[in-house]
Design a protein around this ligand. Structure first.
Ligand code: GRF
Length: 212
């Protein structure tokens, strides 16, 4: 059984989608721990209620980013993960941390990368006049919101959309996209080929989410 450790900062709706689908689809992998830098992250309480191990590593208790990264890595490694999954984790992780988990560290970003790395993606997509928005699951590299793309979900921008209405539609797509990508990961169906990620069964690495 592959061991997945999820890092969150907030409500953890992507975490919830991953846990539910891993069980419902009987993946050869399970979320064994959920960690956060915020003790009051909603997703921690939800995970604890599911009987999943949880821990908070408070970034404010560490003088430097490196010290925080080391404490976080120690907490992660206690659970011997095969995969470390960032699901709405809002702290920037240093190069050392990223290198330590190279090839087994995934992130979801609420835009069609390489467009709109960073914050306020939905507002920026609307301001840019995009007709399509979406989300990306990617391997994490030291560059922020950058790295080989595992899968992307495209979501239409509708007349009258606000950042909030678009965010709801993109989040629904994320709840399909991240479990799909992670299912491939735990089944050993992903291979890195330079900057490209190959899905070894030839499954489409995109979702078109028109219906929400
Ligand atoms: C998601 O939109 C994710 O893409 C972004 O933060 C949000 C996290 O939501 N990075 P949740 O905590 O999974 O509900």
């Amino acid at each position: 059984m592959q061991r997945i450790v999820v890092l969150i900062s907030g409500r953890g709706s992507n975490l919830e989608a991953i846990v539910r689908q891993s069980v419902a689809q009987d993946w050869p992998g399970r979320v064994v721990a959920v960690l956060s830098h915020k003790a009051d992250a909603g997703g921690l309480a939800w995970a604890a209620g599911q009987g999943i191990a949880t821990a908070a590593v408070d970034h404010r208790a560490h003088a430097t980013r490196e010290a925080f990264d080391t404490a976080l890595a120690d907490a992660i490694d206690a659970h011997r993960p095969d995969w470390v999954v960032l699901a709405g984790f809002m702290r920037i992780l240093g190069d050392g941390f990223v290198q330590r988990y190279a090839g087994r560290l995934l992130n979801i970003h609420p835009s069609l990368l390489p467009a709109f790395p960073g914050l306020h993606t939905h507002r920026r997509a609307l301001e840019a006049g995009c007709a399509v928005a979406g989300a990306t699951v990617h391997f994490v590299t030291p560059a922020l919101d950058h790295g080989p793309i595992v899968a992307q979900a495209a979501v239409p921008v509708r007349a009258g959309d606000t950042p909030e209405t678009l965010a709801v539609r993109v989040l629904a797509a994320e709840h399909r996209l991240y479990p799909m990508a992670l299912r491939w990961a735990v089944r050993g169906r992903l291979r890195l080929d330079g900057q490209r990620v190959l899905q070894l069964d030839g499954e489409p690495q995109h979702l078109f989410c028109e219906e929400t």
